[in-house]
Design a protein around this ligand. Structure first.
Ligand SMILES: Cc1cc2nc3c(=O)[nH]c(=O)nc-3n(C[C@H](O)[C@H](O)[C@H](O)COP(=O)(O)OP(=O)(O)OC[C@H]3O[C@@H](n4cnc5c(N)ncnc54)[C@H](O)[C@@H]3O)c2cc1C
Length: 756
């Protein structure tokens, strides 16, 4: 039967598909083959196995990792004052640099046998998370050597000799790495770089050797200005055929010590007025021996695949951790501020319009941290899920932007006016950086999340595409036959599933046992997952290779995939934390918001899919009455907002792991005032009822002397928070003259504490 099907039915489909479907370019293929698939593949089946998800081990830390967080990370946080770092020193203080090196912050991912800390992805993420809530400068500085760069590339692809030489030096801070990919002409389209290496003979350390003469111009390179070794991406050519049969070898990665003749390094950019080290660098006729290629000559030309493989893991840690931390930090600080700041004789957090924002902030913090932990748990299971990490990078940084904007709006002038007491400005300025780096978000949403996911995570598409490209015709037809008919069966099953689940309002979708109130959410997610799988197949069938040019459609599919992933992570978090009923409103908020977004995106896709009859059929099957989910009810939003306005175990869970300063910083003052306001609430209620002030209440014997003192302390603590900084005209202009060389435009240097 199968032979008959293959030879008489599949053969003609195969011939047609080979002619019609575009072939994968080399860089597309390398990107698609990098890393692996994980929970994303389950979502693409249209029928995710929830029991499998719940059985994934939750993210956890070893005692040693926890001790590092409680010890060196706390110490480093206490050491850095982001205001002075940014506006006075424009760098971390020397003692912080020394501490970072001595405590091996730059070596979290380097195995112990090379002198590193050998931390799990979860521990690495927790460190970045805590640092981010104190100093973006410290967080980025610590994050970069542990992310895409020489360390990770050497561990994945280096020769033994390279590992033995470089890793111990990177681990103890003798060498500071950076990674140079981006150049002025090649940003998002990094593979189009014109930086060039030519294989030739040259002199190195007094000996004539075969090597590479390099010319490059890179920019935006984090840690570049202080780096001692540059991980460089360039195009390698071998015009004299010394190491290869072909002239264009392709993108290659090499380690270039920055003290070699011809290397220019050291100038700085100011990204969003942030002062982590970042700058351009150039090389003019720099000669390196061949064994400086990461992985040696065998890896020459494989640079793009190496980069994509490294990115597949790293993209899920650095920026998602910073963003989840930022969401928790803004929820924590804004909840406290909305409680202590009063207008119209009420804490502003009691007004519904403020609660609308606070509720969203609480739920976003809960969701992002659940997704962060879910992702690092996947990485710790040994996966390198390129699609999941692209989803995380894009979603976490985008959602942080919403949370920071909400925080700014709720703080009003207090958030806007810069100074040592401002605890939002630095994060606010960091948001666009996260959005832009490691794959700018617009391109990530439009091309990577779904574009790669639809091929990589789909159960059949990649198999079909690879079969179409196989040069062994008999084998190609046989593999294609299996994949194609498997795909047809998958589509038919999903069509029936999606139709049935939609027409029953999601009530019969599968859900794991014992999930109580959350069961309904699993059922709805099952419904949307099957609708997603069906629509993906229809879009692939009707648009084929054009789907990647229909970026608006592709981006909306990316949103649905992202919502499926983030919602799964929320349910997983709730399950792993013991299904706390007090946290349930947050879960419900996230799920309803997700359902509404998915419903809207399906509606938009069906309104714009070029194959109109197919779109009408899909609408009839999936949403005959239009989008039915309208987002969280206001009552849920209010409950979520109130969670940030009162101390509780839920509030502690939302804000767990963020740095709690005990100094006189803005956040420390805020936390102090929040504690005092909560403790004094019964007294304040008493005064309010009696319509008297503190002095009158004392005079009338309504409150004791101790209580009077408590209320005066409260007024002072609140004033300390509400006050903002101001500067003399000289303070603002003197820095401009003194520092013009380093900071075009000038920035204030001396500071003045209005609150003092
Ligand atoms: C602070 C900072 C630190 C950095 N650190 C490093 C580093 O250490 N090493 C390094 O190599 N690089 C680094 N980068 C570079 C960073 O990765 C690039 O900025 C990024 O790749 C985007 O390139 P670009 O800024 O030139 O934007 P462009 O590529 O010019 O993009 C502009 C806009 O067009 C969009 N776009 C581009 N192509 C498409 C498309 N096909 N479809 C839809 N939209 C598209 C993008 O999403 C973006 O919104 C850093 C950048 C910054 C700002």
């Amino acid at each position: 039967m199968r032979a008959f099907r293959r030879d008489y039915i599949t053969r003609s489909i195969f011939g047609w598909a080979r002619k019609v479907l575009p072939s994968l370019s080399a860089t597309e293929r390398e990107a698609i083959e990098a890393g692996d698939v994980w929970w994303d593949a389950d979502l693409f089946t249209g029928n995710p196995d929830w029991n499998k998800m719940l059985a994934f081990p939750p993210a956890k830390l070893t005692d040693e990792e926890q001790a590092f967080l409680d010890g060196p990370v706390e110490e480093l946080c206490a050491m850095v004052d982001e205001w002075r770092v940014t506006w006075e020193w424009r760098d971390l203080p020397p003692e912080a640099w020394d501490f970072l090196k001595a405590k091996k912050f730059f070596a979290m991912i380097i195995p112990k046998k090379y002198g590193g800390l050998g931390f799990s992805a979860t521990a690495h993420s927790e460190v970045v998370r805590k640092l981010s809530t104190r100093s973006v400068t410290a967080a980025v500085t610590a994050m970069v050597p542990n992310s895409l760069g020489p360390g990770e590339l050497l561990m994945m692809f280096g020769t033994d000799e390279q590992r033995n030489h470089w890793l111990p030096r990177l681990a103890d801070g003798r060498e500071i790495p950076c990674f140079g990919l981006t150049s002025p002409e090649a940003g998002s389209d990094a593979a189009s770089m014109i930086d060039l290496g030519i294989v030739c003979k040259g002199t190195f350390n007094g000996r004539e050797v075969t090597g590479i003469r390099l010319n490059w111009s890179k920019r935006y390179i984090t840690l570049g200005p202080v780096a001692t070794v540059l991980g460089l991406a360039f195009k390698l050519r071998d015009p004299d055929r010394i190491i290869s049969q072909k002239e264009d070898i392709g993108i290659t990665l090499a380690l270039v010590p920055t003290n070699l003749p011809g290397v220019s390094i050291g100038r700085r950019h100011l990204p969003g007025m942030h002062v982590f080290q970042n700058g351009p660098n150039w090389g003019k006729d720099v000669f390196i021996p061949l064994d400086f290629i990461i992985g040696g000559v065998a890896q020459a030309g494989k640079g793009w695949k190496m980069l994509m493989s490294a990115l597949a893991a790293g993209r899920g840690i650095s920026l998602p951790s910073l963003s989840a931390a930022g969401a928790a930090y803004t929820a924590h600080t804004t909840g406290a501020y909305a409680r202590i700041r009063e207008q119209f004789h009420l804490p502003i957090g009691r007004f519904e319009a403020i609660q609308e924002r606070l509720g969203r902030m609480a739920a976003t913090a809960y969701m992002l941290d659940g997704a962060r932990r879910f992702t690092t748990a996947g990485l710790d299971m040994g996966h390198h899920p390129a699609v999941v990490t692209a989803v995380m990078k894009g979603q976490a940084t985008d959602r942080l932007r919403v949370s920071v904007n909400d925080a700014m709006d709720i703080h009003g002038g207090k958030g806007i006016v810069e100074g040592p007491q401002n605890y939002l400005g630095s994060l606010y300025r960091a948001v666009p950086i996260g959005i832009t780096v490691e794959g700018a978000n617009i391109v990530t949403r439009a091309l990577i999340q779904f574009g790669q996911g639809s091929i990589r995570s789909h159960p059949y598409v990649l198999k079909e595409m690879l079969a179409l490209e196989d040069t062994d015709k008999a084998r190609a037809l046989d593999t294609f036959d299996q994949a194609f008919w498997g795909h047809v069966g998958h589509s038919v099953r999903n069509a029936l599933r999606a139709w049935l689940r939609a027409w029953t309002g999601g009530l019969i979708g599968p859900a794991p046992a014992g999930q109580g109130q959350a069961t309904q959410f699993y059922r709805q997610l099952s419904r949307y997952a099957s609708a997603f799988a069906l629509c993906v197949d229809v879009a692939l069938l009707t648009l084929g290779g054009n789907l990647k040019r229909k970026e608006m459609i592709s981006a909306r599919f990316g949103d649905i995939l992202s919502e499926l992933f983030l919602s799964s992570a929320v349910l997983k978090r709730w399950h792993d934390e013991g299904r706390q009923s007090a946290d349930f409103p947050l879960v419900a908020w996230c799920m309803h918001s997700s359902f509404a977004t998915m419903a809207a995106r399906f509606d938009e896709i069906l309104a714009n899919l070029p194959a109109r009859p197919m779109a009408w059929l899909l609408r009839f099957m999936l949403m005959p009455l239009g989008p039915r989910h309208r987002g969280p009810k206001d009552s849920f939003t209010t409950v979520c907002a109130n969670l940030l306005l009162e101390p509780s175990a839920t509030r502690d869970r939302i804000t767990a792991g963020i740095y709690r300063p005990t100094d006189d910083s803005g956040v420390a003052r805020l936390n102090r005032a929040f504690r005092i306001v909560i403790a004094a609430q019964p007294l304040r209620d008493k005064l309010r009822k009696a319509h008297v002030g503190v002095a009158a209440a004392r005079a009338q014997g309504l409150i004791s002397e101790d209580e009077k003192v408590q209320l005066e302390a409260l007024a002072k603590a609140v004033a300390d928070v509400i006050n903002v900084d101001d500067f003399s005209a000289e303070e603002l202009t003197s820095g401009a003259h003194d520092d013009r060389r380093h900071a075009p435009g000038g920035v204030p240097s001396p500071v003045h504490h209005a609150a003092e």
